[in-house]
Design a protein around this ligand. Structure first.
Ligand code: NI
Length: 176
């Protein structure tokens, strides 16, 4: 296992559409190792989600986990596709491991249905709501070369981390 270097905003990989993973690659030891490395990197960075382009790999892979009451289980999505959005949206604070020290408010669907392959190459569909749904949308954006800044409708909510903690943290506790 290894902690991988995280690509920061400006890295071309973060702006590319990631490649679909060929199903016969999923069982390969090097690919399984890569997933484990992504999990270790996410944990070391104290993030709740990480997409392969954020570790310089242009592949359709993302991992996420959020421990605690408001959280969601460890989830590994390969070649994910959102196949349904709830009609209702809500705005919440987002940040990103590839964008140091910034938070901004982003409007997202409150629920999504996502189709994906797991790390055994099996196909699944998953319904997610709340923070889980927001995280899935944020991470799948990374696979399309998008970051949360692109999704902000009002850039005036952009705040640096220290000011977020000082002025905004208590109002909305959930942060991706
Ligand atoms: Ni991110």
């Amino acid at each position: 296992m290894a902690v991988l270097k995280i690509a920061k905003l400006g890295t071309p990989t973060l702006r590319q559409v990631a490649q679909v993973v060929p199903p016969d690659k999923i069982g390969q030891r090097s690919f399984q190792q890569f997933i484990d490395d992504m999990l270790e990197t996410m944990e070391a960075a104290e993030g709740i989600g990480l997409a392969a382009p954020q570790v310089f790999q242009s592949e359709q892979v993302t991992v996420m986990e959020c421990k605690g009451e408001e959280g969601f289980p460890l989830t590994i999505l390969i070649n994910p596709q959102i196949v349904g959005f709830s009609p209702v949206s809500a705005e919440g604070w987002e940040g990103c491991l590839s964008i140091d020290g910034l938070r901004g408010r982003v409007k997202r669907a409150v629920g999504v249905r996502v189709k994906f392959l797991d790390r055994d190459g099996k196909s699944h569909e998953l319904d997610a709501t709340g923070l889980y749904a927001v995280c899935i949308q944020h991470e799948l954006d990374h696979l399309q070369g998008r970051v949360f800044l692109d999704r902000m409708s009002d850039m005036s909510t952009l705040t640096q981390l220290e000011e977020f903690e000082k002025y905004w943290r208590t109002e909305h506790a959930e942060v991706i």
